[in-house]
Design a protein. Structure first.
Length: 396
């Protein structure tokens, strides 16, 4: 009996041992499978987190506004490409304070103000340096449910171009008002004088009416030039491009200025070869008229004005109007094509003109796809250059 019971007990123990080993193996396999699955989930989570971070950085770097993300200690966690370029930063800025990076106490004060006000909107900051720059700064705090600040977002928008345009508009309005006021005041003054009794004196009437007519023409020229500038800048003025023989066109313009040139004893010469350009004949004549007229008006009395030209590498023509007058100061060369800019304001007022001629020249030449510039030295005359496209068959 005992041997049988012993055998049964041993069999049960062996069975239990085998079952234990099997269950243990299955448990180990389960642990291994679970660990493997957790590892795969972790890898996928890391990949997803990296993808989200990459997408966020791509989004931030695609913004035209500069962006800063600060932590609760007001240290930089992220700065996008626009911010780096805006402030010309070369080193890694992460972990640094705003003051360490941009050296602007106003921005640091603004960030500190966010803690109290939660946001600051529309703050304008003028930056010094070689060129004036304006920034609009908007900042907002990131707070948890208990009201504790977790970080700050600061956005920088470059207002420099907008400020420049606003200043240009203000200067334009001021200049137009001044240019309109002068002839209008003269017309009004002389008209009132005539009405007050001067009309009974024939000599005075003639003189006053001539002055009124001259200033009326000045107003007309100013308005026409303003309309031309407006059409050119808006793109509404279409160029009627055709083949233009430059030597013949220069001859016609010179013929129109012969009387004016003779009054100042100025010799006009046409040294433009037989070149053919693709241009709007009427607008090109306007360009040459402005340049030649200025050369006669502001050049040396008894001097010389020469118009020349040559082919540039087969794809463009360069024309030049040169005088031998007093010249233009170096600092003024970059500004002579600005609207209403005067090198010598007193002389310009005496000589007349709208102050828009060279600006019109620039816009017409650029509408042709060309460039315009000036060269001069004080006492050695001035040279005004511009380029035009060659007639297509000439460049083959």
């Amino acid at each position: 009996m005992w041997p049988l019971l012993t055998f049964v007990a041993l069999a049960l123990l062996i069975a239990l041992a085998i079952m234990h080993l099997r269950l243990r193996g299955e448990f180990r396999q389960s642990l291994y499978d679970a660990a493997k699955e957790i590892g795969e989930l972790k890898v996928r989570h890391q990949a997803q987190a990296l993808q989200i971070r990459t997408q966020q950085e791509t989004l931030f770097n695609s913004m035209i506004e500069g962006l800063l993300l600060l932590d609760e200690d007001e240290r930089i966690q992220l700065a996008n490409r626009a911010f780096i370029e805006l402030f010309g930063i070369a080193a890694d800025v992460r972990g640094k304070t705003v003051l360490e990076v941009v050296r602007q106490h106003e921005i640091t004060a603004l960030v500190e103000e966010v803690a109290a006000q939660k946001q600051v909107l529309g703050y304008e900051l003028k930056l010094g340096g070689l060129s004036e720059r304006w920034l609009q700064i908007n900042a907002a705090g990131v707070f948890d449910t208990d009201g504790r600040k977790q970080g700050t977002i600061v956005v920088f928008h470059d207002l420099t171009r907008l400020k420049q345009l606003e200043r240009t508009r203000e200067e334009f309005v001021a200049n137009v008002s001044h240019e309109l006021r002068t002839p209008l005041s003269l017309i009004k003054g002389y008209t009132e004088t005539l009405l007050d009794g001067a009309k009974d004196n024939p000599e005075v009437v003639t003189k006053f009416l001539q002055t009124i007519q001259r200033n009326s023409e000045r107003l007309q020229f100013l308005i026409e030039d303003l309309l031309t500038i407006s059409e050119l800048e808006s793109g509404r003025l279409k160029m009627n491009l055709q083949s233009v023989r430059l030597h013949s066109l220069v001859d016609r313009v010179i013929e129109d200025f012969k009387t004016q040139a003779q009054s100042r004893r100025v010799e006009l010469t046409n040294d433009v070869p037989e070149l053919t350009a693709r241009a709007d004949s009427e607008r090109l004549q306007q360009v040459l008229s402005n340049l030649i007229g200025n050369a006669i008006k502001y050049g040396r009395e008894g001097g010389r004005v020469d118009v020349s030209g040559h082919l540039l590498d087969g794809d463009a023509i360069e024309l030049c109007v040169k005088d031998d007058g007093p010249g233009i100061p170096t600092e003024a060369l970059e500004r002579v094509f600005e609207r209403f800019y005067r090198v010598d304001k007193a002389r310009a007022r005496e000589q007349g003109g709208t102050g828009l001629g060279l600006s019109i020249v620039k816009h017409i030449v650029q509408s042709h796809g060309g460039k315009v510039w000036a060269r001069s030295q004080v006492g050695s005359g001035a040279e005004f250059y511009f380029t035009l496209p060659v007639k297509p068959e000439m460049s083959n």
